[in-house]
Design a protein around this ligand. Sequence first.
Ligand SMILES: [Zn+2]
Length: 297
Amino acid sequence: MNWQRPILTDSGGFQVFSLSTLRKIKEEGVYFSSHIDGKKIFMGPEESMQIQSNLASTIAMAFDECVENPSTHEYSRLSCERTTRWLKRCKAEMTRLNQLETTINKNQMLFGINQGCVYDDLRIEHMKEIAELDMDGFAIGGLAVGEPTEVMYHIIEQVEPFMPKEKPRYLMGVGTPTNIVEAVYRGVDLFDCVMPTRNARHATVFTWKGILHATNAKYQLDDSPLDNECECDTCKNFSKAYIRHLFKANEQLAGRLCVEHNLYFYNTLMEKIREALDTGTFNEFRNKYSPLLATKL
Ligand SMILES: [Zn+2]
């Protein structure tokens, strides 16, 4: 894909648990059927590290079990214990791979992932355990899977004090612009999400005044750009009315233009957050934008 900047790869853990049918979890790993052709596949910590090593990403993620929500406390506890044992195997395998002559990126980093469903005690205990392993960074996983936003914020607040201060903190699969501002406020550094691209293809556009739906009838004759404050190519060249017309005509360019705008918006949002943190004005930034960016236009 010729991308000459940092790349993060996921372990496949979440995908195995969210997409596959007929999965069987054993101590050695997971046996499952492909959701595409039904083929039987085995993946354990070692296999996941080998695939990610071959992809030569900058950051690889640990192979973990993402338990369903809701899951019982007992099941979540046993799962967390196994995820810790798997993390140790991931680390050993990554260390081995990084020393091989044939490895493409010998400096590949490995992040551990905190699990524990919605149980404070399990989340904290698991975070303490994985913090003792000298990982390159730490992620909070298993959130943004349908639980209320307040539950997600609560769990971040519970585990954050036990995340090493000098290592990157990554909240997996989050989120809306407001979610990001609120998670940064609670100590998170890094995010990933399909939201700016997937939602764009369904005409949901993030702007500095809130969230708009580009197919809305009120934009039929609206000559203004998606966002007056935005300097992306979409906003510099196209009107809401034209983009709405493209969606109504089922023209693929509609999604393409909105994806470009949303990605530009997210990148600008992160720039402004870093700037606010550097200049000590983050609290003002949060007070203004946390409610504003969630406004439905
Ligand atoms: Zn724009």
